[in-house]
Ligand binder design. Structure first.
Ligand code: ZN
Length: 96
């Protein structure tokens, strides 16, 4: 097995593939929620629920090879929100 294959596993929840312990299906949804609709390789700057933060950071790392940064944002209807930003795939080490 190579280094990449060692990171692939099976999701306990959906039976799909995981990468480094994170479900690829879940990461796909999380990345869809923060990516630039018109240009997925572009910079990321979105407000998301705090509860989605860990999965979103993993998704951004998986899809863009960049490290996301985040800060507290205003709560919405009592739900803690955070602003998540990343330079995006094109500006990252794997781009363009
Ligand atoms: Zn899963």
């Amino acid at each position: 097995m190579n280094a990449i294959q060692e990171k692939i596993g099976t999701c306990d929840h959906c039976g799909g593939q995981t990468f480094d312990g994170d479900c690829i299906k879940v990461m796909g949804h999380r990345f869809d929620a923060v990516k630039d609709e018109a240009d997925w390789r572009g910079p990321i700057d979105k407000i998301i629920p705090y509860e989605a933060l860990a999965e979103t950071i993993a998704a951004i790392a998986f899809y863009t090879a960049t490290e996301a940064e985040w800060e507290d944002s205003q709560s919405v209807r009592g739900i803690k929100m955070v602003r998540v930003q990343a330079v995006g795939y094109r500006a990252g080490p794997a781009g363009p």
